[in-house]
Design a protein around this ligand. Sequence first.
Ligand SMILES: CC(C)(COP(=O)(O)OP(=O)(O)OC[C@H]1O[C@@H](n2cnc3c(N)ncnc32)[C@H](O)[C@@H]1OP(=O)(O)O)[C@@H](O)C(=O)NCCC(=O)NCCS
Length: 145
Amino acid sequence: MLILRPFRDSDVDRIQEIALKSLREIYDPNLYYSIASSWREGFIVAENNGSIVGFIAGTIVSPEETRVLMFAVSEGYRDRGIGTLLFTEFIRRSAMLGARRISLEVRVSNRRAIDFYTRFSFVIVGLLPVYYSDGEDGYKMIKVL
Ligand SMILES: CC(C)(COP(=O)(O)OP(=O)(O)OC[C@H]1O[C@@H](n2cnc3c(N)ncnc32)[C@H](O)[C@@H]1OP(=O)(O)O)[C@@H](O)C(=O)NCCC(=O)NCCS
């Protein structure tokens, strides 16, 4: 059974493992705690039969804008609608806050994620040169709520 639940501090090791494999970035564990403490509803974990299989973590940029910081589903669990569930819930919570837009960054090579976001009416609004730690460029994408 799949459930969506808030992030807990004890999730950090598993979240970090998913982030490393899926996003190719290593984040300081303290970053997860600080994201969760700044907006707890914006850090949502997907759990399948007790194991974490995906998560989305965002922040409130301003009263008008939320931003997706990290979003990943563990490889063996993709294409089952889990990403759609997490993302739909994040959009709903952003709208509940009164945000007017959601922003995010994505690797220019990540066609799959760009297509995923486009289905949610995100549009590319800018290029971010050498945005990632391995030197890859990013796109900034925005959805108007
Ligand atoms: C982007 C990501 C989070 C999407 O998660 P996901 O759980 O695979 O997303 P969904 O299953 O909801 O949708 C993915 C695809 O499955 C299809 N799908 C959705 N529900 C489905 C279902 N019930 N059964 C079969 N396919 C389904 C969707 O149409 C979509 O099609 P696509 O092949 O054109 O992309 C995931 O691919 C991922 O973790 N990628 C690596 C990390 C990453 O790129 N993160 C974004 C960084 S900006």
